[in-house]
Design a binder for this molecule. Structure first.
Ligand SMILES: C[S@@+](CC[C@H](N)C(=O)[O-])C[C@H]1O[C@@H](n2cnc3c(N)ncnc32)[C@H](O)[C@@H]1O
Length: 220
């Protein structure tokens, strides 16, 4: 908990946005990377329809929010990196989308810029963002977010999460974009599922890698 520094993480992603961005989609390589697979599967598991209102938490430069805006009624992307949000807005303007909003907001403070309760959110996505929070803050944030989710609603988390002892997989840290605990604080998968269970989520898990998976949680 003591190492968590939200401002430092925001600066890190501001710098990445400045230097062309390292959104999950932009990790170089000819074949699909593990973070890309997590993002793709998480997006698919949203099962979006034209009725949905999606909240994308830690939206980064907004690629998934923008893809969702082509399907959903409304999309809201929040992030703590204002530079990433600027890029997301530019992309949305280029695509002439008028049903996507990008605003400053954190897992810990999702309504920093506007009241999410007004939007009737039916789906929540978090791709490669939740792992930046330590366990207790994750739990509190999941409780807060679930209070904004209309029922029936779905929350999908595609992220680094430990299915096994991470130290057995040191050589795999790079391929999953895990920095070993500097700004990344992934949880054990059991911790995440227990948090979701406590707030009433019916949860299933897709393991992609010993250190990465997708959690789908339904709230009825
Ligand atoms: C690796 S990027 C992923 C971006 C995007 N979800 C994607 O799939 O490309 C992680 C994002 O999480 C954001 N983030 C980190 N901590 C956050 C927090 N406490 N609240 C909201 N966003 C956060 C970062 O600013 C960054 O944009």
């Amino acid at each position: 908990m003591s190492k968590y520094n939200k401002k430092r993480i925001a600066r890190l992603f501001d710098n990445m946005a400045d230097t062309k961005g390292k959104a999950v989609e932009q990790i170089a390589g000819s074949s699909e990377s593990i973070p890309q697979i997590a993002g793709r599967l998480a997006f698919e598991q949203l099962k979006l329809t034209g009725e949905d209102v999606l909240l994308d938490v830690g939206t980064g430069t907004g690629d998934k929010a923008i893809a969702a805006a082509h399907i959903c009624r409304q999309v809201i992307g929040i992030d703590i990196s204002r530079k990433s949000l600027e890029q997301a807005r530019i992309k949305a303007e280029k695509e002439k989308l008028n049903n996507v909003i990008f605003a400053y907001g954190a897992f810990e403070e999702p309504c920093a810029e506007f009241n999410l309760a007004l939007y009737g959110i039916t789906k929540i996505l978090a791709v490669y963002s939740l792992h930046h929070l330590p366990d207790q803050l994750k739990k509190e944030s999941l409780i807060t977010l679930s209070n904004f989710l209309f029922r029936p609603g779905r929350m999908v988390i595609g992220d680094i999460m430990f299915f096994d002892e991470p130290n057995k997989h040191l050589e795999k840290f790079n391929e999953v974009y895990y920095d070993g605990g500097d700004t990344d604080f992934p949880s054990r998968v059991e911790y995440l599922t227990e948090c979701l269970k406590q707030i009433g989520g019916k949860t299933r898990i897709e393991q992609i890698h010993p250190l990465v998976g997708v959690i789908i949680s339904d709230f009825v």
